[in-house]
Design a protein around this ligand. Structure first.
Ligand SMILES: [Zn+2]
Ligand SMILES: [Zn+2]
Length: 489
């Protein structure tokens, strides 16, 4: 039988659990570069721009095909068995399994527009989405000199609105937006097409992002049924340093293409932040250092690095990670020297992904506040969990630092649940130690905050969770700004 999206969105489709249904929508592959896909999201809405995924988990379903299928830019119709998911770790409510394409694609409700075609072409990696290719994007570029102002969301008319206090900056502590990371596929590598960044930031009122390169990409891969990353081989000597050079270059290419500015100190953050979307250059993992502490200086001067996360998905020369058994007992002596070098030069030290032991030694070492840019609280995190205990969070707060709440759909069902997660974190460490780390374009499964255009909705959800206007300002940027100013000078 044919089912429609309202029955998915309202949960009426629960009664169809286990039955064969037909449904039409737009394909959103999680790996846009794949030639064929057997797992993807089917969305009720046209993808609005490259890399975009539906904002609301109830406007899409998971699809597991009976046989791989080439990515489709146009709407497609599928037949498969509908499963109602209970407590799915990724937060999805329905999955279509053993799915097969029906012969005649049907567009749900709307006809497929040229704009949507161009945009979803970018989403599928078919076009580079260069200026001029994407109507909404070029229009937005013409407004570069305009300050970023939050737009009122159509969905949140009844929800309380947040007004950014004068002079306040919204800051995302951790982001790979614009698709800054090189592809894991050697054939694509550093030639991976960028996706628009400044336009969604401007639309949602996000002033500044910590744009994070990743320098263990070539030696890590998705494991465990697509649920997490792990290192699968040792890097060659010089390999991850070279990858770091490529990624820093890519970050600067993206920034130039998007006509964004780089904040390198308190003065430039204060001056540039309100003028238009700006970037703090960041690295997720000190793998590119390959244990050479002097490369911290090189990255500071040559690439404008101002925020360094010590470890990522590989146990590197600096210390242990949450997702693998400990090897070093926490932060290594080289890690200690890297923290000291960051303190001396003026680089924010980020201990996300590090073990509790790593965080404690980093806190003992650092003379500046620490950042843990993307995680969330759990009373008893499982083995290899990226979540942190209240004690782990308190170590960060004890340095005067900030913990960024991470919008993983495995942890939060929607933005309201995320806002409650922010509240729990604030209850444990104090609201002045909580921030936002979206990890934009860094997830395997789409997160609950997946576009900067959702910022007004998140701000409303925070107000509804009980935070004051000023507290929302502190969470969405003020707290990170304090740590940046203390660390970078
Ligand atoms: Zn991460
Ligand atoms: Zn990340």
């Amino acid at each position: 039988m044919q089912i429609d999206w309202p029955s998915i969105q309202t949960g009426r489709a629960d009664t169809l659990h286990g039955t064969t249904v037909d449904i039409s929508g737009w394909m959103i592959p999680l790996d846009p570069q794949a030639d064929t896909v057997d797992y993807f999201l089917l969305s009720a809405d046209e993808p609005c721009c490259g890399g975009c995924v539906p904002r609301n988990p109830l406007t899409s379903i998971e699809v597991q095909m009976a046989a791989p299928l080439a990515p489709h830019a146009q709407a497609l119709a599928l037949r498969g068995r509908l499963l109602r998911l209970l407590d799915d770790p990724a937060g999805w409510r329905y999955r279509l399994v053993d799915a097969l394409p029906l012969d005649r694609p049907q567009a749900p409700q709307r006809r497929f527009s040229r704009r949507a075609f161009l945009a979803s072409g970018a989403a599928l990696g078919l076009t580079a989405c260069a200026p001029g290719h994407f109507a909404g994007y070029t229009e937005a570029r013409a407004e570069t000199a305009q300050p970023a102002q939050p737009v009122q969301s159509a969905q949140s008319e009844a929800a309380p609105g947040w007004q950014a206090p004068t002079g306040m900056l919204t800051i995302d502590m951790h982001s790979h937006a614009g698709r800054v990371i090189v592809s894991r596929k050697p054939a694509i590598g550093a030639n991976r097409p960028f996706v628009p960044l400044a336009a969604p930031m401007r639309a949602g009122g996000m002033n500044v992002i910590c744009l994070a390169i990743v320098t263990d990409t070539t030696v890590t891969r998705v494991a465990d049924n697509r649920k997490r990353f792990e290192a699968w081989r040792e890097p060659e000597p010089g390999e991850l340093y070279a990858l770091g050079q490529t990624e820093f270059q890519r970050a600067h290419q993206l920034i130039a293409r998007e006509q964004m500015q780089v904040a390198t100190d308190t003065a430039s953050l204060t001056k540039l932040g309100p003028l238009g979307p700006s970037v703090i250059i960041s690295a997720e993992g000190g793998d590119f250092l390959e244990g050479h502490v002097d490369r911290v200086d090189e990255a500071y001067t040559q690439h404008q690095l101002r925020h360094l996360q010590l470890t990522h998905y590989r146990v590197n020369e600096l210390g242990d990670i949450q997702t693998e058994p400990p090897v070093h007992g926490g932060l290594t002596d080289i890690g200690v020297h890297v923290v000291q070098r960051c303190n001396a030069l003026g680089i924010v030290v980020d201990v996300a992904h590090g073990t509790y032991a790593l965080v404690k030694r980093a806190a003992d070492t650092s003379t500046k506040p620490l950042v843990l840019s993307h995680s969330a609280l759990a009373t008893h995190p499982g083995a290899r969990s990226r979540l942190i205990t209240p004690d782990h969070a308190r170590v960060i707060a004890g340095t005067g630092g900030v913990i960024g709440v991470w919008p993983s759909s495995g942890t939060f069902r929607d933005l309201h649940a995320m806002a409650e997660g922010v509240k729990r974190m604030a209850d444990v460490v104090g609201v002045e130690h909580v921030g936002l780390g979206t990890d934009m374009l860094g997830f395997i499964s789409p997160p609950v905050f997946r576009s900067y255009e959702q910022l007004p909705d998140l701000a409303s959800a925070l107000l509804l969770a009980g935070f004051s206007q000023a507290e929302v300002g502190a969470i969405l940027g003020g707290n990170y700004r304090r740590v940046f100013e203390a660390s970078v000078g």
